[in-house]
Design a binder for this molecule. Structure first.
Ligand SMILES: [Zn+2]
Length: 453
């Protein structure tokens, strides 16, 4: 393993919220995959590779907490481009649920993870839901394999459903898994991939597609109990559109967060994607239980779902993270685009001080790590695993910047990564993912698109 000395960065954001993120242009020593020292003027030891970071700012590697990697080959599908969530589900991902093979999924995962890696991501949690009664659940193992090849930490949020066709748009002729199938595969995944360590490279989370439409209320409680017995976290979509709110009002006479709280689906071990339509009473439940959020502002914009009250939730102490969501509803499924949007969108509705770059970086790094229970990552501090990214600011889009530390998020676009690493191992080297033939991948992706039309 390479030992590194990162010398003379312009600036470093360490992943903490607010002004505490600012640690200045300190050198960073990485030994055996761990940050060993952070201080100015460090001298290189004989067994260290020195990196000249004098044109770079350093961030913790991004932790993307919500994705659907299979959708990386379903971008811009014409029949869904102007549709809202339920119609989009009916027209874009659902008709193709049974058309993915392990080979297609591998291509999609490579595209999605490469896109993330080239934005500075080092950890990805993927909400995978290509499951049905007659399917092969082991197809998801491909996702772990591709992430390992590419050098990213990977968390499989094992999706699916056990309730027939309750989800608006779900194919009526496709039988969902039984609860036994669902839990049986989770048991298998737990044994094969799950590492409970705070610096795990592979994790499993239990994640039916939605707690409202995808499983019965009885199954919801059984799944929560099983998760806690196995020491697995819980994840799902919630309150992405008014449709969730209306469904819960009509069927259960309560708000979605009240419904999940009644079914043991809140707590520090639970997080939800989106949470766009959340009211004050629900804030209190989320804050008291420390239930987390994956904020996905680009997908919410693309599908016309709305703008989640994320700054208000953060103010109440609700844990916030950032997810790019699937590329079929967010054609810019990278963490620079997503954090740029997270920084801007709340200013549109609130005011110019609604969001600060340091806080958005915190949500996208340490915030995500905490929500996933990966306490050894997400901040740049001595003793933490060396998951970090060096953004080279020697490009026109960054020239003229008075505060370079915020440049990667505020200037957005495609960054140039001088170096990124997970636990000290290189992911991106001078803008390139070593060993990945991008031309070949583009040809495979084009073939996948032809197959999925
Ligand atoms: Zn999603």
């Amino acid at each position: 393993m390479t030992n590194w000395l990162i010398k003379n960065p312009i600036d470093v954001l360490n992943g903490a919220p607010g002004r505490d993120a600012r640690v200045g242009g300190v050198d960073i020593r990485v030994r055996d995959g761990v940050i060993a020292e952070m201080a100015p003027g460090l001298a290189a030891a004989a067994d260290e590779t020195t990196v000249d970071a004098s044109r770079c700012v350093v961030y913790p590697g991004w932790v993307n907490t919500h994705h659907h990697l299979f959708q990386a080959v379903l971008k811009g599908v014409p029949e869904g481009i102007d549709k809202r969530l339920f119609d989009w589900l009916r027209l874009v991902p659902y008709p193709r649920l049974t058309r993915f093979t392990p080979e297609l999924l591998r291509v999609a995962a490579k595209v999605g993870l490469a896109e993330l890696a080239l934005s500075g991501t080092t950890t990805c949690a993927d909400h995978h839901y290509l499951y049905h009664r007659d399917g092969d659940p082991t197809m998801a193992d491909v996702l772990f394999e591709v992430a390992e090849e590419m050098g990213l930490r990977f968390v499989l949020c094992r999706g699916g459903q056990t309730q027939p066709a309750a989800h608006p748009g779900y194919p009526k002729d496709l039988a969902p898994e039984t609860l036994d199938q669902f839990l049986g595969d989770i048991q298998r995944l737990h044994g094969r991939f799950h590492d409970p360590a705070p610096n795990a490279k592979q994790r499993v989370i239990i994640a039916p597609a939605t707690p409202t439409f995808s499983v019965s209320p009885q199954d919801l409680r059984v799944i929560a109990a099983e998760a806690r017995r196995m020491g697995l976290r819980l994840h799902s979509h919630l309150s992405e559109t008014e449709g969730y709110v209306d469904y819960c009002a009509e069927h259960y006479g309560m708000r979605p967060v009240e419904f999940v709280a009644e079914h043991d689906w809140v707590g520090e071990d639970v997080y939800y994607a989106h949470m766009v339509h959340v009211d004050e009473s629900e804030f209190s439940i989320l804050a008291q239980t420390k239930t987390g959020i994956a904020h996905c502002p680009q997908s919410n914009a693309r599908l016309g779902s709305g703008i989640g009250p994320i700054p208000a939730m953060a103010e109440r102490g609700i844990p916030i993270s950032i997810g790019v969501d699937g590329a079929a509803s967010n054609e810019a499924a990278d963490m620079i685009s997503e954090t740029h949007e997270a920084w801007l969108v709340h200013r549109t509705r609130m005011d110019a001080a609604a969001t600060h770059v340091e806080d958005v970086v915190h949500w996208g790094t340490r915030g995500g790590a905490e929500i996933l229970g990966l306490d050894a990552i997400g901040t740049l501090a001595v003793g933490q695993d060396a998951d970090l990214v060096l953004y080279d600011l020697d490009a026109p889009r960054y020239c003229g910047m008075h505060d370079p530390a915020i440049a990667p998020v505020t200037c957005a676009g495609t960054p140039h990564i001088k170096l990124s690493m997970m636990q000290g191992r290189t992911i991106v080297d001078d803008g390139v993912i070593p060993g990945l033939d991008m031309g070949e991948l583009a040809r495979e992706a084009a073939a996948a698109v032809r197959e999925l039309v």
